[in-house]
Design a protein around this ligand. Sequence first.
Ligand code: HEC
Ligand code: HEC
Ligand code: HEC
Ligand code: HEC
Ligand code: HEC
Length: 188
Amino acid sequence: MTPGKAIRTKRRALGLPLAIGLALSAAPWSLSQSGAAAAEGAEAEAGPVPVEQPLPYSHQTHVALGLKCRDCHEIADPGFLAGYPAEVKCMACHSAVKTDSPHIRRLAKHHADGEPVPWNRVYRVPDYVWFSHASHVDDASVACETCHGPVAERQALFQEKPTTMAACMECHARNNAPNDCDLCHDPG
Ligand code: HEC
Ligand code: HEC
Ligand code: HEC
Ligand code: HEC
Ligand code: HEC
């Protein structure tokens, strides 16, 4: 029951030397740092700014209905992604619930056209980083909330937990998990 290593070979292998190359040529790095600092400053005053989404979907509303995280985020094989729910799952309720709402009409149109709602990503690590939801959630029994915060209490999501290399390595160290470079950066 440890698919981790086996499935890892299926992802595109972008080697660490290339990653370091990318890092050195990544001029926006300093920009994104000052951007993050500015965002933190703004947060202190006005609270965190949620990531804009095409529909005003609320985790608080839907989790309160009794829906479980994995009803919608299936972590389908090979298990890297948690995934977004297919619109057919939403329509199980919304073919009858709130059908007069313009947002639900838009959702129904996505469903009818077979075009997934283009949700904007809240959490993302660069392509040269190896990360698997299945390894953490299924194999290591790490709860969603540990890495994503109290999602069930949120009307709209924002990145409230860091996905930096330091944050990954700090938790690995605390849990006696390995921290070799090639654990998270495939040697290619
Ligand atoms: C178990 C039933 C159920 C499922 C499944 C469900 N919803 Fe809902 N949804 C509701 C209920 C109930 C409300 C609150 C309706 C109200 O405000 O009276 C709601 C409200 C909403 C609203 C706010 C609508 C408005 O204009 O106020 C949006 C947007 C929405 N849902 C999107 C979704 C999406 C996207 C999915 C699939 C990922 C989904 N829902 C799945 C029951 C459901
Ligand atoms: C009814 C379906 C549904 C349920 C239940 C649900 N989610 Fe979601 N989730 C969504 C949808 C739709 C989005 C995209 C919109 C958004 O970001 O709010 C999303 C987005 C997310 C994201 C952000 C992903 C990104 O873009 O980086 C996280 C994290 C997340 N959900 C975690 C959870 C957790 C934890 C639970 C259980 C407490 C949960 N979800 C329950 C439908 C659901
Ligand atoms: C060990 C930390 C960790 C745990 C535990 C975790 N996530 Fe994530 N999640 C991440 C990271 C890191 C990303 C960005 C991954 C990427 O860019 O490939 C992410 C991205 C996501 C996304 C958006 C992209 C995708 O993978 O589809 C969703 C949705 C999500 N997580 C939901 C969940 C849910 C639901 C759970 C619990 C069942 C969960 N996560 C558990 C760290 C975690
Ligand atoms: C909340 C704690 C926690 C966080 C945060 C975390 N991990 Fe882990 N990770 C673990 C544990 C525990 C294991 C299991 C170690 C073992 O094999 O016993 C693990 C295993 C792994 C593995 C080996 C399994 C596999 O999929 O091949 C990789 C790779 C990995 N983590 C990458 C990451 C990355 C990248 C991040 C940051 C984006 C991250 N982890 C954040 C706790 C964490
Ligand atoms: C537990 C997972 C993990 C381990 C172990 C790890 N890294 Fe990383 N590394 C990451 C993540 C996540 C990022 C992306 C950080 C971000 O998004 O800013 C990253 C980014 C990088 C970058 C890009 C430049 C930068 O700083 O953003 C380099 C270079 C790098 N790592 C080298 C290494 C080396 C060398 C080692 C061994 C000493 C190592 N990494 C071990 C997760 C890991």
